[in-house]
Design a protein around this ligand. Structure first.
Ligand code: DAH
Length: 368
């Protein structure tokens, strides 16, 4: 081939390659162009090999022409590559999606990427307890977690240095500022804010004690109730406790009141309820729910489960907030939310509530 044949052959290859690139529809087409034209055994390479037969002074011309053709092909190939990439992306994006379709049930797996959320068992249990109290006419109140000694102890009839303070393993911030050890200070705050009874309030929130084992944690939750009026008696307390516990655990429930002590109530009582698992018999009908001695695991064969503390508000508490205990009487009660949740759901370790393990928490998805 002479010079003009070579250059026209180069132009022909260039034109054909550009056409092929424009028509390419896949990365395979692009690879083919690269290999068949630009590759080691490609057409362009072959033509350039023929350059050796030309006189020396003509070679640079061919070299320049070849470079130009290679650039043109390279450009066409780059444009085609980017077009193909965009087309592939558009294909992915243009799938018809009907956003109004319901989610497939399998997508609702709490372990899956589309898991639905659920209320934490402690929130769920608190809500359940509080809504029973709402129904009995108690108004919800809260208070600070960092509390003054006055509200947590003094006003609740725990004098300074009284041994009853020992029962409440207290975290101190300062000498007279602490993390509240119970929700009872909410009673005092509500009473002082309202003034004259009648008052019927529920208090809810986190409380703190340095105590830790399978059933105790340094942070846990309590719910509290206070009812003060002129004619409030221990009979009312029993009636409210019975109604409250039956709403929570079922109509078949029986209760017993055991004498106890709290500084802020007199008399005070601990309430036991008949075991919901064995119905107070001490032996569950379903044998797998009994321990190795054949006793119901929940009540350990006693038939009773301790559930809350309560009592008639001590006159010192009523007088201490500036009301007259000659006129007003009332009762109060307090219950541990974790304890209720552990009993209801059969949970053995309190820590399970706080470790945020999705395998534990997902068991509560969809539960009422
Ligand atoms: N505050 C008590 C505690 O944490 C629980 C309690 C008992 C609250 C009797 C009350 C009550 O209001 O009347 O141990």
């Amino acid at each position: 081939m002479d010079l003009s044949q070579l250059t026209s052959e180069l132009e022909k290859i260039g034109a054909e390659a550009v056409q092929l690139a424009q028509g390419a529809s896949s990365t395979q087409d692009i690879d083919d162009i690269k290999q068949n034209i630009l590759g080691k055994k490609g057409r362009l390479t072959k033509v350039l090999r023929g350059m050796g037969q030309l006189p020396k002074d003509e070679r640079p011309q061919v070299g320049q022409a070849a470079n130009k053709v290679r650039d043109t092909i390279g450009e066409a190939v780059a444009i085609a590559e980017s077009r193909i990439e965009h087309e592939a992306r558009d294909r992915l994006l243009n799938v018809d999606i009907d956003m109004t379709l319901p989610t497939a049930l399998s997508d609702l797996s709490p372990m899956g990427s589309h898991g639905v959320g659920a209320l934490h068992p402690i929130v769920r249990t608190s809500e359940m307890i509080l809504s029973v109290l709402d129904g009995l006419g108690f108004r919800r109140e809260t208070g600070p977690q960092v509390e003054h000694d006055f509200y947590n102890f003094e006003s609740l009839n725990f004098p300074a240095d009284h041994p009853a303070r020992d029962m409440q393993d207290t975290f101190f911030i300062e000498d007279d500022v602490i993390l509240r050890t119970h929700t009872s200070p909410i009673q005092i705050r509500a009473l002082m804010a309202q003034g004259e009874p009648p008052i019927r309030v529920s208090g809810y929130g986190a409380v703190f004690r340095h105590d830790q084992d399978n059933t105790h944690s340094p942070m846990f939750h309590q719910i509290e109730g206070l009812w003060i009026d002129q004619e409030t008696s221990f009979a009312h307390l029993k009636g409210v406790m019975n109604t409250f516990l039956k709403e929570l655990f079922g109509e078949q429930l029986r209760t017993r009141f055991r004498p106890s002590f709290f500084p802020f109530t007199e008399p005070s009582a601990e309430v036991d309820m008949s075991c919901f698992q064995c119905d107070g018999t001490g032996v569950a009908a379903n044998r797998t729910l009994n321990n190795e001695h054949g006793q119901c695991k929940v009540c350990r064969g006693t038939g009773w489960v301790e559930i809350l503390g309560c009592g008639m508000v001590d006159p010192n508490v009523i007088n201490g907030v500036g009301l007259s205990s000659d006129v007003y009487r009332g009762f109060a009660f307090g219950v541990g939310v974790e304890r209720v949740a552990m009993l209801r759901y059969g949970i053995a370790h309190i820590k399970d509530f706080y470790e945020s393990d999705v395998r534990f928490l997902s068991q509560f998805v969809g539960q009422g």
